[in-house]
Design a protein around this ligand. Structure first.
Ligand SMILES: Nc1ncnc2c1ncn2[C@@H]1O[C@H](COP(=O)(O)OP(=O)(O)OP(=O)(O)O)[C@@H](O)[C@H]1O
Length: 474
């Protein structure tokens, strides 16, 4: 059974005999390769390659006009990245050696056994994928230029860490391997998955499914579909989402919530590209690319036995981690502007000017709900907005209630002062405590006095006077 993924780019069969083209094409199609091109005139090959990005060529040797050997030598110069498998009726060792020297990936004598042909093709395709990744990664490393900058337009960022993620996504998008996207809730995993799908150039759709709360039956039914009468209530047959994602991408969110039995089904799908609709004994094949996402620590889940180790390793060939918003606070001004645009359009209001202290105020907060939380805050503020400058009120209300107990708890930082004063047999003075409270508020506000004043419940001028009066402790 084959455990390797299939490729989105087509295979090209070149042979002057129509019958061979038909039977070879059938072998590939029934093995799940949805895109197989055929050509019975070797002179047309350069034209086909100019129009289509081909992943593999199966080439007959003895053809009229341009022989397979001549074409092979030409391709080694013009398209060195495409592996070529020579398939010929002549069992001629010398010719086989010449072909390999000229750049052929393999040499088969007709008739070729189905499994040998498929194994050879899969090996050649892996080589093609590796070559693409290596050339893509080395270009990225050397230039920092993205080939498809426009595909990333929806992901607003200027973070170097996000930029590194973009480079990686571009480099691995051409392969058929699954992708695992790690990241806290609301960091933009689905947005990244969608971008990745577009980068892959797959002609099929992007189909998203959330695994949270799906028991094994619902998971199988949603993904694999069912036959008529598969269970009580299954009155008509239904296609699963994996069938809808043909030639495209299936995005499975909240992977960490999958039940053990569903994990096993996903593993089989990844290994064999096969699945069984509920109630059916015959397997179906899929060529959908699988992208999964999780906000859970899968390694810890393997440790406590709730996640399969073999599935984890199958999924981690390609993986990225999207950093939380608190680790890329420099993105806040861009995101504020972007979400204000979105909210203004959604509420059909003019885009307001944000108050000058808003960005610094947002930067003082950790955003456990990440970009989704920020977006919701901005939408809420816009819903309440009338005219003029956007009000700080709804941000203060949302962030005030979202701060962690440790941030708000005055005793936590007064502890250090108590440790100094208690051994001396006295309690801290009001002035000492006040100075510490002011310093703590300033730290939380990243030094912004307007924000620190709002934490302390005094005006900016009052805080400023206090700061001018007394030097602040470290
Ligand atoms: N860099 C970004 N630029 C613009 N919008 C973003 C960005 N990242 C996320 N968003 C927006 O934030 C919201 C949350 O993003 P998304 O649903 O992709 O997060 P997620 O990580 O998949 O969340 P969950 O873990 O809950 O599934 C969406 O509205 C998305 O469009």
């Amino acid at each position: 059974m084959n455990s390797r993924p299939l490729l989105a780019f087509p295979i090209l069969l070149v042979d002057d005999e129509e019958e061979i083209l038909f039977s070879t094409s059938l072998i590939f199609r029934t093995a799940g390769f949805s895109r197989v091109l055929t050509c019975n005139d070797s002179r047309q090959v350069p034209e086909i390659l100019a129009k289509e990005e081909v992943a593999l060529i199966i080439l007959d040797l003895y053809m009229p006009h341009v022989s397979g050997y001549e074409l092979l030598k030409e391709l080694a110069g013009t398209h060195p990245q495409i592996p070529v498998i020579v398939m010929t009726a002549a069992n001629d060792i010398e010719m086989a050696v010449d072909c390999i020297k000229a750049g052929a990936f393999d040499y088969f004598v007709k008739p070729v056994e189905r499994s040998r042909l498929l194994t050879g093709a899969h090996r050649a395709l892996e080589l093609h994928q590796l070559r693409s990744q290596v050339s893509s990664l080395s270009e990225h490393l050397l230039t920092d230029r993205l080939q498809h900058e426009e595909e990333f337009a929806a992901i607003i960022t200027r973070s170097p860490r996000m930029r590194a993620v973009f480079h990686y996504l571009e480099a691995v998008a051409v392969t058929d391997q699954p992708l695992l996207i790690n990241g806290e809730t609301g960091v933009g995993k689905e947005l990244v998955a969608n971008t990745f799908h577009r980068l892959s150039g797959r002609p099929g759709p992007f189909v998203a499914v959330n695994a949270a709360g799906l028991d094994d039956l619902m998971f199988s039914d949603t993904l694999f579909g069912h036959t008529k009468g598969a269970y009580t209530g299954a009155d008509t047959p239904r296609e699963g989402l994996i069938a809808k994602a043909a030639d495209g991408t299936l995005f499975l969110d909240e992977l960490g919530d999958l039940q053990p039995s569903s994990q096993l089904k996903l593993l089989r799908l990844l290994q064999e590209q096969e699945y069984y609709p509920l109630g059916s004994d015959s397997p179906r094949r899929t060529n959908a690319r699988i992208v999964v996402a999780t906000n859970r620590d899968l390694k810890a889940m393997i440790g406590d036995g709730s996640f399969r180790k073999d599935l984890f390793y199958r999924l981690t060939t390609h993986q990225v981690t999207i950093p939380p918003l608190r680790e890329r606070r420099d993105d806040l001004p861009l995101l504020l502007d972007h979400f204000l645009d979105e909210a203004a359009a959604a509420y059909k209001k003019a885009k307001p000017t944000p108050p000058p202290e808003l960005c610094a105020y947002l930067a003082s907060y950790d955003f456990p709900g990440n970009l989704r939380e920020l977006r919701a805050m901005i939408f809420d503020a816009m819903a309440r907005h009338g005219k003029g400058v956007l009000s700080m009120t709804s941000f203060r209300a949302a962030i005030g209630s979202g701060r962690t107990a440790a941030e708000c708890e005055p005793l936590a930082f007064l502890g250090a002062l108590a440790a100094e004063t208690a051994p001396a047999g006295r309690m801290p003075t009001l002035k000492e405590a006040e100075e510490l409270l002011v310093a703590h508020a300033l730290r939380l506000a990243n030094g912004n006095q307007g924000i620190a004043a709002s934490y302390l419940g005094i005006s900016r001028q009052a805080l400023n006077k206090r700061l001018c009066r007394s030097p602040q402790p470290e």
